[in-house]
Design a protein around this ligand. Structure first.
Ligand code: MN
Length: 236
């Protein structure tokens, strides 16, 4: 019999206008091409329910999306450019905590890296153009599957071990970023302007997060395919 495929819980996207859950196919397809089975998780505030669900999953993918509520890192919103989704904060905070407790592999993408950093006690730049201006484009215009800036990988990081490259060209669709890194996280890659673009937590089986969007790059880029593969392989 063929080996059972790992099941990956994917945190849902929320459409405020339609009052509806939705999903970008790239997250699902990225997991599937790496040999996993993605399932979209529900929104819930029930800790026990989410614990039960995370237990059913072999790993968890924290998706991209709106801004983490600044109150969660003890700041007031900087202005109207900060757009939040409190129901995502609640569900994802619980899902992440449970997955980390159970040492299930976790991959955070874009909002995912920000959410993980905040959950572990870090803070965010609420608006890069206002708080960390540079010549680097972090919020690219469409198409979103094109690289717009480079990142430099740290040589003693698991990301470097996985990709075996010092630089990587990535896409970029964020206006927030890690400011103070959470104590338990270690950087794996930096943008040329010094922003943290990838992190991991030592001691965990696989707890990685990236600021760019592998789910929009894996179809054309082998490095980003390898990120999804490293994630599902950690579940075997
Ligand atoms: Mn970027």
């Amino acid at each position: 019999m063929k080996q059972k495929k790992p099941v990956v819980g994917v945190t849902p996207l929320w459409d405020e206008e339609k009052d509806s859950i939705w999903m970008l196919p790239g997250y699902m397809d990225g997991i599937m091409q790496a040999g996993g089975i993605p399932v979209i998780l529900p929104f819930s505030e029930d800790e026990q329910e989410l614990e039960q669900l995370v237990r059913l999953c072999d790993g968890v993918l924290l998706t991209g999306g709106p801004d983490v509520t600044p109150g969660l890192y003890h700041e007031e919103p900087l202005g109207e450019m900060v757009v939040t989704c409190p129901k995502r904060d609640v569900t994802e905070g619980l899902v992440f905590a449970k997955a980390a407790d159970m040492d299930k592999p976790v991959l955070g993408i874009c909002r995912g890296i920000q959410l993980i950093n905040v959950c572990l006690g870090g803070t965010l730049y609420q608006d890069i153009p206002a708080q960390h201006p540079s010549g680097i484009v972090h919020r690219q215009p469409a198409p979103y599957d094109r690289p717009v800036h480079e990142v430099t990988l740290l040589k003693d990081s698991p990301l470097y071990d996985c990709l075996e490259t010092e630089t990587l060209s990535v896409n970029s669709s964020h206006h927030q970023a890690v400011k103070e890194l959470a104590p338990n996280l270690v950087p794996m890659a930096y943008a040329p302007d010094g922003l943290v673009e990838a992190v991991y937590m030592p001691g965990k089986r696989f707890l990685w997060a990236v600021q760019w969007h592998p789910e929009r790059l894996f179809r054309t880029d082998e490095f980003n395919r390898k990120i999804f593969s490293a994630f599902t392989e950690a579940m075997q």
